[in-house]
Design a protein around this ligand. Structure first.
Ligand code: ADP
Ligand code: MG
Ligand code: ZN
Length: 608
């Protein structure tokens, strides 16, 4: 557990030290400086001094006489002597022309004394420390220091200006476009208010680590020129019970006061974990739930018109509690995916701006060498290259520095298992083109919209997206079969080109089998069973799980029928690819290079 400084304890220690210092001051320092030095003298000495004309002034009190004498240096020296019964004293003083109107400093009233020597130093001391710590904080954090609020000791980071803009975020055009609306709203909330438009309260940035989610959130604040409040979900979980909820409350209170502004909750999955799915960790769940509930309450309670927009980031959206995703909460989702080739090159260039680069650097070559790398990895590569240049005593970065640092950083993520080898990348390219090509060569398939071999948040290594032209409610037997063949296309391409198979088709197998099964058991699309009901859907609201209505013998026959459909779809896919082998190679090469291609590009290469 992280040790948090307890605010009460800190204040107590601080008070004790102050008291100690004031006591020391009073015991040793003040007496020496503030109290006048008074020397005791006998009455005879006093009289001699008076007669000799050394005494400057005299004050007669009830039981003592104080007097000042000018010494050789011309300074007044204070003396005190006991008062004797001396009726001639006044005459003597008069004759010696001693001034006895002037009052010799004496002790102040006890109250004034107390104020001067105890309370005042104490206050001054506190003021100085406050001033120093305030300045220090500002200096350390550059204005973005953690702010502490009230009892909760919340570490909410506030930046009046993040200094980041969309220009600092390379690639991620879709995410930037989606967030532009938020920027626009924060710029000119009046425009939206007048028309009565509701702006999203919460926007969820979803993507793998290091893809620039935090950077994007800061850029939104920077573009809108509004303050940026941020807090990390993982900090909540490490807190004492009740503290997390208090922090959330503080966060929203502060934000509302500073509106328009951005509130950014990083790693929201650590508090927003689905309540029934959060298995492990006894004791921790309670706190998480309280914090989550507080977050939900605050989000419902405040008025988005005020101009507070909440951004949150996660790389595990599937674990989030459904309650967080309801309308009026984080109902907007912005995917932030790993960059493709062009994106990687752009990110390298953005980071290279901050570094002295030599002539003729080939960023494209570096981008090519780093499939699967995130923005953070690429930033790291540029930095490693700069470090290497310094180590080798150069004043600028060369291509070789970049190439070397690719290996250093890639070795780093090979450990993390995130990078894709060139061979795997090629296999994935053929696999995806296999899907796309089979789809394109069948008459009942939806057109290919996009093909990518950039790994997805979902864990997929590649992805072929088809979009139907109109909305479809019904599926024909031909369409169902074409769909299954399309799913077979990935594996079929691997077999054709590499004469082997990989584990990459597991999701295809699952999806294809689902359709084939439904064709047989629910849609009446097999000759063998005609329109016989074989299966029933239990409760469509509970994920639509099904149970068979048939005997074990029939059940085995169903399996055979499903297998027959899948086999014939597989054969068809293989045949299509065999017939279009040249295009398969061409398209796979093209996809391998570009990593993401649109449907138009695909059709252009296919048609040429
Ligand atoms: P995330 O929050 O998604 O884990 P960050 O925003 O913290 O990622 O990114 C870490 C760093 O990586 C950033 O500070 C930036 O230097 C770099 N980076 C990531 N994505 C990009 C991008 N698209 N453009 C420029 N730099 C990026
Ligand atoms: Mg982050
Ligand atoms: Zn596939």
């Amino acid at each position: 557990m992280k040790t948090e400084k307890n605010p009460q304890k800190t204040t107590l220690i601080y008070l004790l030290i102050s008291v100690g210092i004031v006591v020391l001051l009073n015991a040793f320092i003040f007496p020496a400086f503030l109290r006048p030095q008074i020397t005791e003298a006998d009455y005879g000495t006093f009289l001699t001094q008076v007669e000799q004309g050394h005494v400057k002034s005299v004050e007669i009190r009830e039981d003592e006489i104080g007097f000042t004498v000018k010494d050789e240096k011309g300074n007044d020296k204070l003396y005190v002597t006991g008062r004797l019964d001396d009726p001639e004293l006044v005459d003597r003083l008069y004759q010696a022309k001693v001034e006895f109107s002037k009052v010799i400093p004496r002790e102040n009233s006890p109250l004034v004394n107390l104020l001067l020597t105890w309370v005042l130093p104490f206050l001054v001391f506190i003021a100085i420390v406050q001033l120093l710590s305030g300045r220090l904080l500002k200096k350390l954090g550059g204005g973005a220091g953690p702010m502490k609020f009230g009892k909760s000791n919340a570490k909410i980071y506030v930046e009046a200006q993040t200094g980041k803009t969309f220009g600092d975020v390379a690639g991620q055009d879709e995410a930037k476009e989606a967030l532009q609306e938020v920027v626009d709203f924060l710029h000119n909330p009046q425009k939206y208010r007048e028309i009565g438009a509701k702006i999203p309260k919460g926007v969820l940035l979803v993507g793998p680590p290091g893809t620039g989610k935090t950077l994007l959130a800061k850029a939104v604040a920077g573009e809108s020129k509004v303050p940026f409040f941020s807090i990390s979900g993982s900090e909540f979980v490490e807190m004492f019970v009740g503290m997390g909820a208090a922090r959330v409350r503080d966060l929203f209170k502060q934000a509302t006061a500073k509106a328009p502004c951005i509130v950014f909750i990083d790693e929201i999955d650590t508090i927003g974990k689905s309540r029934n799915a959060s298995g492990g960790g006894i004791g921790g769940n309670d706190e998480r739930e309280q914090t989550l509930n507080q977050l939900l309450t605050e989000m419902d309670g405040f008025d988005a018109d005020k101009g507070v927009v909440i951004l949150a980031a996660t790389n595990r959206p599937e674990t989030l509690d459904k309650a967080l995703l309801r309308p009026g909460r984080f109902d907007r989702r912005v995917p932030v995916e790993l960059p493709d080739l062009a994106g990687r090159e752009a990110i390298l260039r953005v980071h290279a701006r901050k570094v002295k680069m030599g002539e003729g650097i080939d960023f494209n070559a570096i981008a090519r060498a780093t499939p699967g790398a995130s923005g953070a990895d690429l930033a790291n590569i540029v930095n490693e290259a700069a470090l290497r240049a310094v180590k080798l005593g150069r004043s600028h970065v060369l291509q070789s520095d970049l190439e070397e640092s690719v290996e250093v950083v890639i070795a780093g993520y090979q450990r993390k298992n995130a990078v894709i080898s060139m061979k795997d990348k090629l296999t994935i390219a053929y696999h995806e083109v296999g899907h796309a090509l089979v789809a394109a060569k069948q008459s009942h398939s939806a057109p290919v919209h996009k093909i990518t071999i950039v790994p997805r948040t979902s864990g997929a290594l590649g992805y072929t997206m088809q979009i139907d032209e109109g909305e479809q409610v019904l599926m024909t037997k031909e369409q169902a079969f074409d769909k299954i063949s399309t799913y077979m296309g990935g594996r079929a391409a691997e077999e054709l080109v590499f004469q082997t198979v990989t584990s990459g088709a597991s999701n295809d197998i699952e999806q294809a089998t689902k359709i084939a099964r439904a064709m047989v058991t629910r849609f009446g699309m097999s000759e063998q069973f005609d329109m016989m009901a074989l299966e029933t859907v239990n409760n469509p609201y509970l994920g639509g799980d099904t149970s068979l209505l048939v005997s074990a013998v029939t059940s085995a026959k169903i399996d055979e029928e499903v297998l027959r459909i899948i086999k014939s779809a597989h054969e068809r896919a293989s045949r299509i690819l065999e017939e279009n082998k040249q295009k398969l190679h061409e398209l796979a090469k093209y996809l391998f290079e570009k990593e993401t291609i649109s449907g138009e590009e695909f059709m252009a290469v296919l048609g040429a």
